[in-house]
Design a protein around this ligand. Structure first.
Ligand code: SAM
Length: 226
């Protein structure tokens, strides 16, 4: 099983200190919801983000959306060999069931995530396709899983992911950054046995997710189902 964890993802509700900002007030009016129930998206409240520490990297639910679409629609997931998780900058963890069919439409995705933050589980407790846990650090999350933990970082040695997976056992926890720039906030170097890069320049999240799922799938095929 390959477990991909999008770590330190820039997914959060609009913080209280920004509720009165004009861009937030007009966004809330447009969405027809109070600011405290809205996800922060830098493309809609850009000027408000400048008031926050790390404002140049926060408010990127779009990265989470694309990451989840690529992972959940991958052949590896359809074969039942992928587990997908999102860990946020505020130590919330979202577990996503393999059967989840996510909205392709971004506005519908925002609405779904906002209900998840409100209710902790969607669509229902009886059918928990997405579940949110709070106060769970990346380290405590990794402690739950067996297998080796590795991370993808742009500055690590360049390696072929097929060769990396060939050397590892069947259970791999693979950490990918869920932020547009900068470094991990979590102590990823201490939490992982190996770090490597896929290309000598920064890649988009869809390329990283598709390389990982395809490479692991190839190794799984050559070694028999993992
Ligand atoms: C979420 S992506 C960057 C987001 C991008 N700006 C976008 O909009 O899709 C950042 C993460 O992808 C992974 N990544 C990006 N480029 C990489 C590379 N060349 N090699 C390995 N991993 C990479 C790293 O885990 C990094 O933290």
């Amino acid at each position: 099983m390959l477990r991909i964890i999008l770590a330190d993802a820039e997914l959060e509700l609009i913080p209280e200190g920004l509720f009165g900002h004009p861009s937030v007030r007009s966004y809330a009016k447009r969405r027809g919801k109070p600011p405290e129930r809205l996800l922060m998206d830098g493309s809609f409240v850009h000027s408000a983000l400048n008031r926050l520490p790390d404002g140049d990297r926060r408010g990127r639910p779009d990265i989470v959306h694309v990451f989840l679409l690529v992972c959940l629609d991958s052949i590896l997931n359809l074969r039942g060999q992928l587990e997908t998780l999102v860990h946020t900058r505020n130590n919330e963890v979202i577990s996503i069931s393999q059967e989840t069919r996510l909205p392709k439409n971004y506005n519908r995705f925002l609405g779904l995530m906002e209900s998840l933050f409100e209710r902790g589980v969607v669509p229902s407790k009886e059918n928990p396709l997405l579940r949110l846990e709070r106060d769970l650090s990346l380290g405590n999350l990794l402690d739950r899983f067996r297998g080796q933990s590795i991370a993808l970082t742009e500055d690590a040695p360049l390696m072929d992911p097929v060769a990396v997976f060939e050397k590892l056992g069947p259970d791999v926890n693979c950490i990918v950054g869920g932020f547009p720039r900068g470094d991990f906030l979590s102590p990823v170097r201490e939490l992982t046995a190996k770090r490597f890069s896929l290309w000598r320049e920064p890649l988009k999240i869809w390329t990283v997710a598709s390389e990982l799922t395809t490479s692991y799938g190839r190794v799984a095929d050559s070694k028999g189902k993992r």
